[in-house]
Design a binder for this molecule. Structure first.
Ligand code: FAD
Length: 308
């Protein structure tokens, strides 16, 4: 199949990329919370895109596809669908990609995924499927008019034996046709900057968008940090411990830490920010507000002035 260049590149040229990540909720209550957040973000800010995570199997995957298509159909937002190779044959992956194209979703984040029952367990590929995300990038590229994002790991992927292989395999995803990357969450700017410099030194220049997850709930974030291999800074843990059960104080500490991190990242030239929202809009929008990043005016061609 012939690959056509996407008509709308992602990230959009000449504009920092600010985006928000959601997951498909399991309950009616969760659905209401998510849609309140989507509408608030849509009203407050015009993000570059919003992304929807892909679950480990069955009904959660159907919810991802349904939610992504609904965002495309019922909002002004540009949805990016996460897609993993877990438990899928190549034929099934082709079908999912095709159904997104039919629904007008042309932006995919290509991931390998983790073993469904235990993310740290042994990775067993589907017998007719893929072993690594790079193969999925190639498949999406062959399948038509899509933009493709990939994952990046500022503290190295848990399964990578060393930085040399981490960077080599990341660069292979660039060569396979990735347009940009989004990082795993992290808490120290230097980890991101080192990754970016290593990737650049290896000859890959795609934008690497840093992901932020504000530490507003200490138990939850420490669980996520442990799963994703992210070092949770002791100073932040101590501050949150002092806040104890005071949810408002913990919220303020988490948002403040994420704002300072975001300021440093943007100051060092990061191409934007990707907010992991857990379907709540407040912290992400407060960080944007603290950074002074407001709804941007849609770019229109300058008016023609006729003289003479
Ligand atoms: P890969 O790029 O395949 O890398 C996995 C490991 O294999 C790395 O150690 C890499 O160095 C190595 N490797 C890569 N290519 C090769 C090769 N050719 N030969 C040998 N080794 C190789 N998970 C979900 O289930 N659903 C989601 O929606 C989801 N969204 C995510 C979004 C972001 C931004 C990030 C950062 C992660 C997300 N994940 C999600 C988690 C992700 O699927 C896991 O972290 C997974 O373990 C790695 O995925 P990957 O795409 O980086 O895999």
């Amino acid at each position: 199949m012939t690959y056509l260049r996407p008509s709308r590149p992602l990230p959009e040229p000449g504009r920092p990329s600010f985006s928000f990540e959601f997951y498909p909720p399991r309950s009616t209550q969760g659905d209401a919370l998510l849609w309140r957040s989507i509408r608030r973000i849509e009203a407050a800010y015009d993000p570059s895109f919003v992304s929807v995570t892909y679950g480990a199997g069955g009904s959660s995957r159907e919810r991802t596809v349904g939610l992504t298509e609904r965002i495309a159909a019922e909002t002004t937002l540009r949805p990016v669908a996460h897609l993993t190779a877990v438990g899928h044959s190549v034929t099934e992956l082709r079908q999912v990609i095709g159904s997104y194209a039919e629904a007008g979703v042309h932006d995919l984040l290509a991931l390998r995924g983790d073993p469904p029952d235990d993310p740290r367990g042994t990775w067993v590929p589907h017998p007719q499927g893929f072993r690594h995300a790079g193969e999925l990038v190639s498949l999406i590229r062959e399948s038509g008019n899509f933009t493709v994002g990939v994952a990046a790991f500022p503290e190295r992927h848990r399964r990578s034996p060393d930085w040399e292989s981490e960077i080599r395999h990341f660069v292979a995803k660039c060569r396979a046709g990735a347009d940009y990357a989004i990082t795993q969450m992290f808490f120290r700017a230097d980890d991101y900057l080192r990754l970016r410099d290593r990737v650049a030194a290896a000859g890959c220049d795609i934008p690497i968008i840093p992901a932020l997850m504000p530490a507003t709930d200490v138990r939850q974030i420490q669980r996520f940090a442990a799963l994703s291999n992210a070092v949770f800074p002791q100073g932040l843990a101590d501050a949150l411990a002092r806040a104890g059960d005071d949810a408002e104080a913990a919220y303020a500490i988490g948002v403040e830490h994420a704002t300072v991190l975001a300021e440093r990242l943007l100051g060092e030239g990061a191409p934007g920010l990707h907010h992991i929202t857990l379907n709540r809009s407040s912290a992400a929008l407060d960080i944007q507000e603290n950074l002074g990043i407001h709804r941007s005016t849609p770019t229109r061609p300058p008016a023609l002035t006729l003289t003479g």
